[in-house]
Design a protein around this ligand. Structure first.
Ligand SMILES: Nc1nc2c(ncn2[C@@H]2O[C@H](COP(=O)(O)OP(=O)(O)OP(=O)(O)O)[C@@H](O)[C@H]2O)c(=O)[nH]1
Ligand SMILES: [Mg+2]
Length: 395
């Protein structure tokens, strides 16, 4: 009898164990295959892995289920098909964006015009004129040259009508900005051999990634094809940021894992650009590293490694116009490491220091080729000296 009772108890325990295992197995399977409406896109995934990697209850089972569903998502989801944007035409962009410049900088022009219109142009007035020019970050040399030219020309002029003064000021400012410089971004190989390589450099936060993305749009608007290289591997978010710019206009982005060798990513981007037969490879670089020496060494290495496949056609130094003299100091440091061939001056929409255009060109001996005039996708304009001076002086 006792044997029978023991047998029955053992049978019940065995049966419940089997039942429990079957239920667990079923649950696991259900977690692996999600109905389509519950699957996440790769973008959601990134968010999940980055900002909210912990499932709501944080339990081991929830973690298991989350990773299971991610596996399914990654295998099944293609890159989301977003409608490609059509960037605005580049011709006349500075004219279109002129109000952005004028908003902060026309005060300088207006101030100068009202000073020059005074009945008597005495020493005090000339000093005031000098002060206005210096506060616009024009720099000492160019300020003195301009004041000298204005003194001579106003003396010759005798009576001074507002129109005459405006024309005179425009003419002299234009000379300083130098319309004779070649401001084309070298983004197309003349011989048609391989992609032109454009390296974008600068310290952190100046607007490198944004400018790289906007420049891709400028080139695509001009009918070119582009591959983007995310050689800022210091933060994974940097590559995501660049890839988003690329996706919007259908440009391929080559990226590496966080912490990957930036030179290898740049090399691979150029290789891929060659393979795809595109016109331009645009390489975004890091602006922030543990040490300043590290940053410069890395930039030098990126350039050398890329050059194994052919020359770098353009090295654009991105400078933030609001940083004034500090920008000039940065420019000197970069010049030691790479031959800068052009300057992209960003955030000119937020400053009355438009004079920096002249100062930085003098400092580096290379032209400002692009200006950033806002955070919008098409707020980057090829630099046009006459339109720039017009915006400053008005009329
Ligand atoms: N107003 C204004 N903001 C700009 C302009 N260009 C860039 N920005 C803003 O500047 C900020 C920094 O831009 P990023 O492109 O991320 O700068 P970065 O140099 O790549 O920064 P790191 O990669 O961290 O070194 C962003 O908020 C941009 O929107 C511009 O021309 N005008
Ligand atoms: Mg960046």
């Amino acid at each position: 009898m006792v044997t029978v009772i023991i047998g029955v108890i053992a049978g019940v325990i065995f049966a419940s164990l089997v039942a429990a295992l079957v239920v667990r197995g079923g649950k696991k399977k259900a977690a692996r295959i999600l109905p389509p409406e519950e699957r996440r896109s790769p973008d959601d995934l990134r968010l999940k892995l980055g900002e909210e990697a912990q499932p709501a209850d944080g339990s081991a089972q929830a973690l298991l289920e989350a990773s299971d569903s991610i596996t399914v998502d990654v295998e099944q989801a293609e890159k989301p098909r977003i409608a490609l944007e059509e960037p605005e035409p580049t011709a006349g962009r500075l004219v279109r964006l002129r109000s952005r410049l004028a908003r902060s900088n026309s005060a300088v022009g207006k101030g100068l015009l009202s000073l020059l219109s005074r009945d008597k142009l005495d020493e005090d007035t000339w000093e005031e004129i000098e002060e206005v020019l210096l506060t616009s970050d024009l720099g000492i040399g160019p300020t003195q040259e301009l004041v000298e030219a204005l003194r001579t020309r106003t003396r010759v002029l005798g009576t001074r009508s507002p129109e005459e003064l405006r024309a005179l000021l425009k003419e002299e400012l234009l000379k300083l900005v130098d319309p004779s410089l070649d401001r084309t971004v070298r983004s197309l190989r003349e011989d048609g051999e391989g992609p032109a390589v454009v390296l974008v450099a600068g310290v952190n936060g100046v607007g490198k990634t944004t400018t790289t993305g906007k420049l891709a749009r400028v080139l695509i608007a001009d009918g070119r094809s582009v591959v983007l290289g995310a050689a800022d591997t210091f933060r994974a978010a940097a590559a995501d940021q660049l890839e988003t710019w690329g996706d919007r206009v259908g440009a391929t982005t080559v990226r590496g894992a966080e912490g990957a060798d930036p030179a290898s990513v740049a090399f691979e981007a150029v290789r891929r650009a060659k393979e795809l037969g595109v016109d331009t490879a645009l390489i975004d670089t890091a602006g922030r590293l543990h040490t300043k020496t590290g940053l410069m060494d890395e930039l030098g290495k990126v350039k050398r490694v890329v050059e194994k496949q052919g020359p770098v056609d353009e090295v654009l130094l991105v400078l933030d116009a609001t940083t004034g003299q500090n920008g000039l100091v940065q420019a000197r440091v970069f010049r030691e490491v790479v031959d800068i061939t052009g300057i992209a001056l960003t955030k000119l929409d937020g400053t009355a220091k438009g004079g920096i255009v002249v100062a930085v060109q003098r400092e580096l001996g290379v032209p400002v080729k692009l200006v950033g005039l806002g955070e919008g996708a098409d707020d980057l304009a090829p630099f046009d000296p006459a339109a720039f001076v017009d915006a400053l002086v008005g009329g």
